[in-house]
Design a protein around this ligand. Structure first.
Ligand SMILES: Cc1cc2nc3c(=O)[nH]c(=O)nc-3n(C[C@H](O)[C@H](O)[C@H](O)COP(=O)(O)O)c2cc1C
Length: 320
């Protein structure tokens, strides 16, 4: 069991923040299947302070996603703490600070993984946000900038000295982006060096790989990113309930996701944004290419119902 402020976290696996994917609707569905907590996709502190319309749309969440935290990125103490104050007024359970994003648009501006190069600033950001809000403050980091500078241990210690309440560690360097093998042992070294709860992240995609991650690192929780795409049911498996999902249940979940997205964003935008999820739900289906192609042009819930119905018929035909 992990205590995060007033919240008790009893389940083992949390949903990773994923820009473009972890919408309120998707988070809700992952929570229902057993995600231990959910996090918004990253929100620009600067854009939030300037009341950017697109950014405001990212603020939506509902109780069914709890425990839930907003993730912010930024590199200025004033802006980040002001943004955290704004978000706190929406009543999330915690604020997470992105210190791991490798993409040049973010890291090139001194935010995300670039903070691994400026540990003092990273500590100051945590301190400033902690002072600004009354809810727990967490951070998501990588293990270092590159193989020659594995700084994750000192970096994590510094965040703890400044009051961070929990750290998620993606076991790759910034240079590694998303590809080479996750450095599980180094995540374990970070865990042993600090006393706050540590969430281990990277390539966990089954009960066995979760067990290996937890056993080898001694971490408190695991974080699931890509393995949840098209497969929110994974959280049920990770909670120890045997995963036996029929293709029909998969298609029903797509329809539910479409309904929730439409309710939150309006049907047009909701379905447009859902398009990128669909190929993941067709994974493993023989002849999926045709359905993936058609997924790029769905425009309404009716289109989704028709597509999933035909995919279901195709699946039954293939498995006769
Ligand atoms: C499409 C995509 C978007 C992502 N967006 C974010 C983000 O907004 N914030 C963040 O901290 N990490 C982000 N990540 C990184 C994931 O949270 C996670 O650390 C990474 O995918 C490794 O975990 P996995 O192997 O379980 O996928 C993103 C990853 C992907 C694939």
């Amino acid at each position: 069991m992990v205590q995060l402020g007033k919240i008790k976290i009893e389940k083992p696996a949390v949903l990773a923040p994923m820009a473009g994917f972890t919408s309120s609707a998707f988070r809700q569905i992952c929570s229902e299947f057993g995600a231990a907590f959910t996090v918004s996709e990253m929100i620009s502190a600067k854009a939030l302070c300037f009341q950017d319309k697109k950014t405001n749309a990212l603020i939506k969440f509902c109780d069914a996603e709890r425990p839930f935290g907003f993730q912010l990125f930024g590199s200025e103490c004033d802006t980040l703490s002001e943004a955290a104050r704004i978000l706190e007024s929406y009543n999330p359970d915690f604020i997470d600070i992105n210190m791991g994003c490798p993409v040049p648009k973010i890291a090139g501006n001194g935010c995300g993984s670039h903070l691994l190069k400026t540990p003092k600033l990273a500590g100051d950001l945590v301190y400033a946000v902690k002072k600004a809000v009354n809810i727990p403050v967490t951070a998501k980091i990588r293990i270092g900038w590159d193989e020659n500078s594995l700084s994750g241990i000192d970096f994590a210690k510094r965040l703890c000295d400044n009051g961070v309440d929990l750290i998620s560690v993606h076991g790759r360097t910034r240079e590694q982006m998303y590809k080479p093998t996750v450095n599980i042992d180094y995540i374990g070294e970070i865990k042993r060096a600090v006393s706050v709860p540590i969430v281990a992240n990277g390539d966990v995609d089954s009960l066995d790989s979760m067990k290996e991650m937890l056993n080898r690192t001694g971490c408190d929780l695991v974080m699931i990113g890509r393995a949840a795409l098209g497969n929110p049911f994974i959280f049920r498996e990770l909670c120890g309930q045997k995963q036996d999902i029929s293709f029909k249940q998969k298609m029903d979940t797509v329809i539910r996701l479409a309904e929730l997205e439409s309710k939150n964003k309006g049907e047009h935008l909701g379905i447009l944004e859902l398009r990128r999820h669909l190929p993941f739900f067709f994974k493993g289906l023989r002849g999926a290419a045709e359905f993936r192609r058609r997924a790029t042009s769905v425009n309404s819930i009716d289109d989704i119902i028709l597509l999933t119905k035909e995919a279901q018929m195709h699946f039954e035909e293939e498995n006769k």
